[in-house]
Design a protein around this ligand. Structure first.
Ligand SMILES: Nc1ncnc2c1ncn2[C@@H]1O[C@H](COP(=O)(O)OP(=O)(O)OP(=O)(O)O)[C@@H](O)[C@H]1O
Ligand SMILES: [Mg+2]
Length: 278
């Protein structure tokens, strides 16, 4: 298995660059010398066996989890070494949808979306209302969702509302941890469409951890597979389909993948034809 060398340093489009990142909990090493680039305006999917550190990596990039080695630059700045002012500037440019606990249950949707606005901006209540209603519209929720509490929403509506909150500050990138888990396939496909529309219209970059093969096949510009404490392989879907590693092969050519790959040979590339009896 090849190493995962640091990327070249001359790419203006890189908005996140992780170099030799190592994360341990006690004696357990979760990530070791991991290297990764995420570029402006791309949907990057993260996949890998459960417990390999996908959520840990996301939290580490966000500065919520200490690392034992390496550097992470976000928008060209090392968040860990940044001044308070630089950190605020970075935090205003990213939005997050965590794997668990998407919304504050005591706040309605409008108030949830306004949480980051209150924290980072100094706006009048009227303007915040207007902006929050725009976000509600942007993610495809009906206007009356504004006054609803999370307990009154379906799973799909909660995901959309949480995405609206992640978009509250008009970020350059959103981090989504399993955004379509718990949704039915049509709801999940609608969510993927929404993400793609936001990439196309806002130039939004999307960092998406997912187990959802449909999302990986339909929405992602690039995919990174986490395993063996690093990025095993990254690239477009065609790279995944050709990559010779047991987990990657069984994931992208397994029974569940097959129905997604075969109907669309155009995006799947010729590898779909050549992988015979999986
Ligand atoms: N705060 C923590 N303290 C100790 N161990 C942790 C902590 N957070 C995560 N871990 C461990 O790190 C490993 C990676 O966890 P992580 O949640 O990143 O997995 P994942 O790839 O996101 O899995 P899943 O696909 O199930 O969400 C697991 O073994 C987990 O138990
Ligand atoms: Mg996780």
């Amino acid at each position: 298995m090849g190493a995962n060398p640091p990327a070249p340093k001359d790419d203006d489009d890189v908005i996140i660059r992780a170099t030799d990142v190592t994360v341990r909990f006690g004696s357990k090493t979760i990530l070791e010398n991991l290297n990764l680039d995420v570029r402006r305006g791309e949907i990057m999917g993260f996949v890998g066996p459960s417990g390999t550190g996908k959520s840990v990596l996301l939290r580490t990039i966000l500065g919520l989890n200490p690392k034992q080695g390496g550097t992470i630059e976000v928008f060209g700045t090392d968040y860990e070494k940044a001044s308070d002012r630089e950190r605020l500037a970075i935090e205003r440019r990213w939005g997050v949808l965590f794997q668990h606990g998407a919304l504050f249950s005591a706040l309605n949707v409008l108030e949830n979306i306004q949480v980051p606005m209150r924290e980072y901006l100094d706006l009048s209540p009227k303007l915040m209302d207007e902006l929050a209603r725009l976000k509600i519209d942007l993610v495809g929720l009906a206007p009356d969702a504004a006054d609803k509490y999370p307990s009154e929403l379906s799973g799909g509506m909660i995901k959309r509302a949480a995405l609206a909150r992640a978009l509250a500050l008009d970020p350059d990138i959103v981090f989504l941890d399993e955004p379509t888990s718990g949704l039915d396939p049509i709801g999940a496909a609608d969510f993927d469409e929404l993400i793609m529309t936001l990439r196309d219209t806002l130039g939004l970059a999307v960092y998406m951890v997912t187990h959802d093969l449909d999302s990986l096949f339909m929405a992602c510009d690039r995919i990174a597979v986490l395993g063996e404490r690093k990025v095993l392989v990254e690239g477009p879907l065609s790279t995944m389909l050709e990559y010779d590693h047991p987990w990657v092969k069984s994931y992208f050519h397994g029974k569940r993948a097959r129905h997604v790959v075969l109907p669309d040979e155009k995006s799947a590339g010729s590898a779909a034809d050549t992988q015979g009896s999986v």
